[in-house]
Design a protein around this ligand. Structure first.
Ligand code: ATP
Length: 269
């Protein structure tokens, strides 16, 4: 991974905007004691999300903002941006160059951005984590530590190399996965509780369902019986009507005959 440029403005001893262009390979920053060499490294750690003021050699995070000198007033904000060459696609983003930036205001607010678009710290951490960069991922070997590495036993050296080669990244992933597993386990436990509860409710529910089915069958039977009774009543009523109709026809015939004989008698009279 190649860090292309680093721009600092208002960060620690860098009051004016200062851009470092890093060529591929080894870069050395040379200067007298106290000239601000370590501040460049602090700026790198800071822009990649460092949250500990102590790791940045300060008491509180505000200490990273240019505090002023005899000839220059203090500034109200610190800004650092880092451009990473992403031609090899090491960072999971569709850009051949990625610029991450961080701004801190003396009033307390802070901003993060990826390629000029404001984002959350988490977005920067996630962007960098796959490449082994980011908070607690990359390894910055501080002053004096180089000596420790050179003098280290083979076991210690192995520890350093493991750390630098990104074992931490996998350890973090493992921790994250374990946390996820724990939450999945908690969900599973809850699910088991629910299944038990539902099963307990299922027994009376089954009984109720059987009773409901039986009640429905009885209702069908009652409806059929009523329909049959009604049909019988209908047949009987129709038969009665036919009989009544026969009787009234006979009565009408008899009346006609009587009227005829009455008419004949009247004529004779
Ligand atoms: P050494 O070689 O002694 O470790 P160095 O070159 O690494 O020194 P740094 O420790 O990076 O230097 O820088 C220290 C300088 O940065 C000091 O002069 C200090 O006053 C200045 N400095 C740190 N924080 C601020 C700040 N917030 N505002 C202004 N100057 C600051």
């Amino acid at each position: 991974m190649h860090l292309k440029t680093l721009t600092v403005r208002g960060f620690k001893s860098f009051a004016s905007a200062t851009t470092f262009d890093f060529e591929p390979g080894v870069t050395a920053v040379v200067g007298p004691n106290g000239s601000g060499k370590s501040n460049v490294v602090d700026a790198l750690a800071w822009v990649m999300g460092e949250q500990g003021a102590k790791s940045l050699r300060g008491g509180k995070m505000e200490d990273v903002i240019f505090a002023g000198t005899s000839g220059r007033a203090a500034l109200g904000r610190a800004h650092v941006s880092l451009t990473i060459d992403n031609a090899d696609g090491a960072l999971p983003i569709e850009y051949s160059e990625v610029t991450i930036s961080r701004t801190l205001f003396r009033s307390g607010g802070s901003e993060y951005a990826i390629n000029g678009r404001s984002c959350r710290l988490l977005d920067i951490q996630e962007l960098l984590s796959d490449s082994g960069l980011g908070r607690e991922m990359h390894v910055i070997v501080g002053q004096g530590q180089l000596d420790r590495i050179l003098q280290a036993t083979p076991e210690d050296r192995r520890g350093f190399i493991e750390e630098a080669s990104g074992i931490l990244k996998h350890r973090r992933r493992k921790e994250k996965t374990l946390r996820k597993l724990e939450s999945v386990q908690a969900n599973l436990d809850r699910l088991e509780d629910l299944t038990g509860e539902i099963q307990r409710q299922l027994t009376p529910l089954g009984r109720q369902a059987r009773t409901a089915r039986k009640a429905q069958r009885i209702q069908y039977d009652v409806r059929d019986a009523r329909a049959r009774l009604l049909a019988d009543d209908l047949v009987a009523a129709r038969a009665g009507m036919d009989t009544d109709q026969g009787a009234s026809a006979q009565a009408r015939q008899r009346r006609d005959e009587l009227e005829k004989s009455a008419a004949a008698l009247a004529e004779r009279l």
